[in-house]
Design a binder for this molecule. Sequence first.
Ligand SMILES: NC(=O)c1ccc[n+]([C@@H]2O[C@H](COP(=O)([O-])OP(=O)(O)OC[C@H]3O[C@@H](n4cnc5c(N)ncnc54)[C@H](OP(=O)(O)O)[C@@H]3O)[C@@H](O)[C@H]2O)c1
Length: 333
Amino acid sequence: LLGFGNVNRTLVQLLVDREKELHARGIGWRITGVATRRLGWIADAGGLDLALLRSERGIRADDFPAASSLSTNVREWLQTARADVLFEATSLNVESGQPAVDHIRATLEHGAHAITANKGPIVYAYDELRQLAEQRGKRFLFESTVMDGVPIFSLFQENLPAIHLKGFRGILNSTTNVILAGMEDGLSFDTALKKAQEIGVAETDARHDIDGWDAAVKVAALVIVLMGEKIGLNDVQREGIGKLTGEEVRAARAESTPYKLVCSAQRTETGVVARVAPERLPSGDPLAWVAGSSSIVYFETDIFPGLCITEVNPGLYATAYGMLVDFIRAVGK
Ligand SMILES: NC(=O)c1ccc[n+]([C@@H]2O[C@H](COP(=O)([O-])OP(=O)(O)OC[C@H]3O[C@@H](n4cnc5c(N)ncnc54)[C@H](OP(=O)(O)O)[C@@H]3O)[C@@H](O)[C@H]2O)c1
């Protein structure tokens, strides 16, 4: 486990909870390493104490005295842990995707599957990591990066072969949607943000949500993987919700044309136009009624003119579930 915050801690709970289902698929597991900036590189190929990993108070390096001084970097750590699979859930770095890109590269070179909830590596190194995984006969999977664990990437990759994706529109950032809903209910911006942080959906640095970075990274990830266009983060036009006042948000809702932070991409003759911006939506728009931490994506394809997926009130288990499914995909028989 690289990163041990909301996502990977919930993943541990889910692995325990779904032990029977994993066993039925021939999958056994033990956690042989955990690493964060504060913890350092903790590894024990025999397995770390699960009760400690699941404890409410969180973990400290001195909980694992024998396992915490054996490795000083990711490559040593993977070796000491004898990792077969890495679950990467560190914070998003919008500027470079690092150090997650290096960690995933090291994992594939070590000969383990790499599963991530972190969008950075897709935007900054998708082609390289996909090719490396192929060369090493391992999987690089990232279902939880967009819309938590909802099968978006695998839907296209496994179930919609040879389809042409013309574009999409969606609400893909829960934090801003929770903030806008809170402001509609009369909360201040800061109190509404606090609510998003309490339910664990906000990015480590919430400015990434508010300024539209998280949404822009998701748009870029969908364009890169599903539309096959090599765009960068700066190619996504981006405007956040920071300038909206409570009055504006409540007036828009009262007129049944609520504000939403809309993510979109459209194929054109010369490439793709990708955008994140607050929009007032007419009440007939399916995006208009997606509230709180719920999200939606509406795909336009040449076969299905409109293919819409809505996810209502996901919790952290939804994100952890995406990683669990990737795990089964990578190692299941
Ligand atoms: N929360 C969600 O609902 C959700 C949904 C989908 C995807 N995601 C993605 O999942 C990832 C994790 O989210 P989260 O909510 O679990 O975040 P979080 O609670 O803030 O945890 C982040 C973890 O990453 C560690 N970390 C950060 N930078 C690191 C670095 N350079 N090297 C090693 N460890 C590092 C942090 O520990 P230290 O501070 O000790 O380094 C912490 O353990 C993010 O990329 C996020 O975008 C989250």
